[in-house]
Design a protein around this ligand. Structure first.
Ligand SMILES: C[S@@+](CC[C@H](N)C(=O)[O-])C[C@H]1O[C@@H](n2cnc3c(N)ncnc32)[C@H](O)[C@@H]1O
Length: 262
């Protein structure tokens, strides 16, 4: 690992970050400066960042929907584009909503949606123990986080009662995982990225059970890519949910919404 001797100036930070390929070097330098407790701590943060660790793992948090979400090493970093899924969910949620955040990772989606609703019963789940620990910190007293495969750890009493089912599942096709930037490929767990041959394997498993868990009028929201959108919509629609695709050009985000008829 490249070493830096303290004290470091702002311009040294920017130069080092830029040489390491950080596009927003000035912004990152400000964040590292504000996160460091002392000059030695700053050097250590910089060393970790230029070694290729995602900025959010270096800082220990990511900004998501205006919130600071804790992100531990080995936990998927919530992406800004996924804020669009949360916005769509907020528009669909009733005044008192039962929300499930499946494949919750850090718990960012459920936490952000719960923070925007008046009354919420929030349940979140993930298969990765590190993600579950992280989500428990982020969700805090706003809900309950379970560990296990998709719906399996959820209380059976939720069946037929879920108003909003958030599912930002892994959706990168297996062959494309190797093409991801190193920050994702090396520092995020494969189970958080790899969606199988066409990227839709986990989504298909969610969709197969979603209608059983949704309340009448309740909606499933899954993020996908522009390329996968038509097939993802077809999959969601195949189980009797009314499926539509919504797109944000600004956030470069594509979401499939499937609503259970009343
Ligand atoms: C793309 S990440 C999304 C995390 C979070 N929803 C977000 O947007 O920040 C996918 C998450 O799905 C979890 N996951 C993958 N397969 C799973 C399964 N079969 N059951 C539960 N969680 C799973 C991974 O551990 C990972 O945290």
């Amino acid at each position: 690992m490249q070493e830096f001797a303290p004290p470091l100036t702002f311009s040294t930070l920017v130069t080092a970050l830029r040489s390491a390929g950080c596009v927003f070097a000035e912004d990152e330098a400000e964040l590292l400066l504000s996160a460091a407790a002392d000059p030695a701590g700053l050097a250590s943060l910089l060393e970790r960042r230029v070694s290729g660790l995602p900025l959010e793992h270096v800082l220990g948090w990511a900004e998501f929907c205006g919130l600071r979400i804790a992100v531990d090493p080995g936990v998927f970093v919530p992406r800004r584009r996924t804020e669009f899924l949360v916005q769509q969910a907020a528009a669909l949620a009733p005044g008192r909503a039962v929300v499930v955040d499946l494949c919750c990772g850090s718990g960012a989606l459920g936490r952000a949606l719960a923070s925007s609703l008046r009354e919420v019963e929030l349940h979140a789940a993930d298969v990765e123990p590190a993600a579950v620990r992280c989500a428990r910190r982020n969700v805090g007293g706003l809900g309950t986080v379970y560990e296990g495969d998709l719906f399996e750890p959820l209380p059976p009493s939720l069946r037929g009662r879920v108003d909003v089912l958030l599912a930002n599942v892994p959706y990168v096709p297996t062959d494309d995982v190797e093409l991801l930037p190193a920050e994702a490929r090396v520092h995020e767990p494969r189970v958080a990225l790899d969606g199988g041959g066409d990227g839709l394997d986990v989504m298909r498993r969610v969709v197969a059970e979603a209608a059983d868990w949704l309340a009448p009028g309740g909606s499933l929201l899954v993020e996908t890519s522009e390329r996968q959108a038509a097939r993802a919509r077809e999959t969601v629609g195949s189980t009797g949910l009314a499926a539509r695709v919504v797109v944000s050009e600004e956030l470069y985000a594509t979401v499939v919404v499937g609503t259970r008829p009343r």
